[in-house]
Structures are given as C-alpha cells and as structure tokens.
Design a protein around this ligand. Structure first.
Ligand SMILES: [Zn+2]
Ligand SMILES: [Zn+2]
Length: 355
C-alpha cells in the first residue's frame, strides 16, 4: 500500500483523516462540546417550554433540562454508536447543574468524554396562559334549541362534551384549546373558546350526540399588526325534540328515541318502529315526556285491551295494549293523553346509545 505524508507532522501514514494522519487527527479532537451555561424558559403556570421562538407543551422540568442540553450539545460528525448519560442536580428552582457523559466510537476508536453545564431556568406566562388570564377568545359557541329552551341535562352534556374535546385537542398540541369564559341564561349557553378549530370539533361532537346542526360565521373584531382579526361565532342549534319526547305528527303519535341525522322512535298507535329524516318531523307537537308522563291504575287486561282509570276523570276507559307491557291488574302504568285518546306507554327499552 502506498503511503502518504501527513502535512501536519510530516510522518508517513497510510490514510489521511480530514487531511491529517490518525495521531494528528485525534490530537486536538473534541468528541463533544457543550456551553457552560444554558438557559431554559418555561411557563410558570402550565410548564410549557419556549424553544425556537415558540411555546410547546413538554414533559416534566427534568425533561426540559435534558431537552435544553440535547439541543445545545454538539457531537462530532464522525461519532458513531453514541450514548449519552445525564446526571442532573437541582440547586434551586431556577438552576440545575448537570454532568453529561458521552460514549461513542470514532473510526473504530472508543471514546469517552465528560462535560458539565448549568441550566438556568426563567419562568414567565406562556402565550396560552397569558391569553387565558386576559380573557382572550377566538370563537363563541352559542348553544340554543329549536323552538324551545335547552334542558339542564342538555347544557350539562354540552359542557361535558366541550371539556372532553378540549382536553383531547390540547393533548394533540392545540395550545389554545381552552375555555376562557362561559355564560348561561334562559335561552342557552355561550362558551368562549381560545381556538376556532377546537370549537368546530366541539360542535361536531355535540351534533353527533344530541343531534341538531350548527353554522359558523366570522365577524371582524379589529386589527392587529396590520391584519384583520376575526372572531368566529358557532351557532349550535339542538333539535326541537329529544329522546323520551312524545310527539303528535299528523295522524301519528311517536315516542322519540334519538334525534340525530335521522329521527328514530316508536309509533305508539301500532307499536311499529319509526324512522324519518328530521325534516319530516317539522311541525310536530310535543304532547308529553316519558319522564313526566301521568300514571294510571290498570284495572284489568283483556286480550289486547287494557282497562285503566283515567288519571283526570277516574273513569274506566278501554285502551289498546302495547306489545311491550308486562304490568298486571292493580299496577300503575304510564299513560299520555293524545288527540287519539289515552295511550299506554310501552315498557322502556334500554337506551344504550344515548349519552
Ligand atoms: Zn500527523
Ligand atoms: Zn402556560
């Protein structure tokens, strides 16, 4: 093999590394370098880390210390099989002293290096936390119901869905997925949210659980740094009827089971299943709710007929027996007054799919 001359020391060598013989290459070789002092900025409230000009959710304070070191640590390009060990020591809430050990191999030569650094921590309010404390919001979700007021249960469900969606979005990195305010009055609920995108997800989720529909409209709010700033209003409209409502629709009496993309329920006059798009239920009248239906004493059962005491007049009336009814004479059963006379409600089938 032909030898060459090292331009640095003049010795003969078989190979040059970065233009020098192996001895000269390793003479001033630095496997790794690390500044003696590093700075980390974290949010005093939520613990987010400020890095590369933006705030991001991270793990514990120790994770932030490690990440700060990793970001500043320079390791030689030729290093392979790199192993890094950290030994952090907290001196104060504002300072960590960290020993770093690096094992690697460079051109087949195993190398080891110890380094020391100090990570200084400053705490301030991150973009999201300062927006929360300043009452900032990007969108308002207005929850209303069609031709009625939302029930307290619906308001509760909407609030629960909102919190669940926000938590999920926040975990996925939407830092503005937070509620900055909410207000409830007789017409419904207004929720002020930091993120338009999260608000849209909330409305979609409410729609899939409670039915109804929503629309979105931006309004010009002002100008910031030469750009128009918009706020979005989401009008969430819950459906007119919900599970357990008993409605009269033309010549039918229906107990609603679910009011979503389709309306499902039971036709109480013949016991058949009811399924129709919401448009077909327009103009129906709510006559009762299962939860507040009147009770009537069942006097006797004959074939497919029931004799019951009318809860208002206490006269005995004969009505049709629902298919699903196991009550015996003497029991009380739920009844509703309709334009077709008194109707007995069938026994409740378990409602698994309702939130
Ligand atoms: Zn040399
Ligand atoms: Zn924060």
């Amino acid at each position: 093999m032909k030898n060459t001359i090292c331009p640095k020391c003049g010795n003969e060598t078989q190979e040059l590394y970065d233009g020098r013989c192996k001895d000269c290459f390793f003479e001033n070789f630095k496997l790794a370098e690390l500044p003696l002092v590093l700075h980390a900025k974290i949010c005093a409230t939520c613990g987010a880390r400020f890095n590369k000009n933006k705030w991001a959710n991270t793990g514990s304070i120790e994770d932030i210390v490690f990440n700060t070191i990793e970001d500043a640590l320079f390791i030689h390009d030729r290093a392979e099989d790199i192993e890094i060990y950290f030994e952090p020591r907290q001196l104060s809430p504002h300072m960590y002293r960290v020993k770093v050990e690096i094992n690697a191999s460079v051109m087949g030569m195993p190398l080891h290096q110890k380094l020391k650094t100090e990570v200084r921590i400053t705490r301030e309010a991150c973009d999201a936390c300062s927006r929360i404390s300043g009452g900032y919001f990007e969108a308002i979700i207005q929850i209303r119901a069609t031709n009625r007021q939302p029930s307290p249960e619906e308001i509760q469900k909407c609030m629960r869905i909102t919190n669940e969606v926000l938590e999920r979005m926040h975990k996925k990195g939407d830092r503005f997925a937070f509620i900055s305010n909410s207000a409830e009055d007789k017409d419904g609920l207004d929720i002020y949210v930091g993120s338009t995108n999260a608000s849209r997800h909330i409305c979609k989720e409410i729609e899939s659980y409670l039915g109804g529909s929503f629309s979105e409209s931006p309004t010009l709010f002002g100008r910031k740094e030469g750009k128009d700033v918009y706020r979005n209003t989401f009008s969430m409209r819950l459906p007119e009827f919900s599970a357990g409502d008993i409605i009269e629709l033309r010549d039918r009496v229906i107990e609603v089971r679910k009011f979503g993309k389709n309306v499902t329920g039971t036709d109480l006059l013949n016991g058949s299943r009811f399924l129709a798009p919401p448009d077909e239920v327009k103009g129906a009248t709510l006559i009762a709710k299962r939860s507040t239906a009147a009770n009537a004493v069942l006097v006797a059962i004959e074939n497919n007929e029931l004799m019951v005491l009318d809860p208002d007049t206490f006269e005995t009336v004969t009505i049709k027996k629902p298919v699903l009814l196991s009550a015996k004479a003497g029991d009380e059963i739920a009844v509703v007054k309709t334009s077709h006379g008194l109707i007995a409600l069938p026994e409740e089938v378990s409602r698994k799919n309702n939130l």
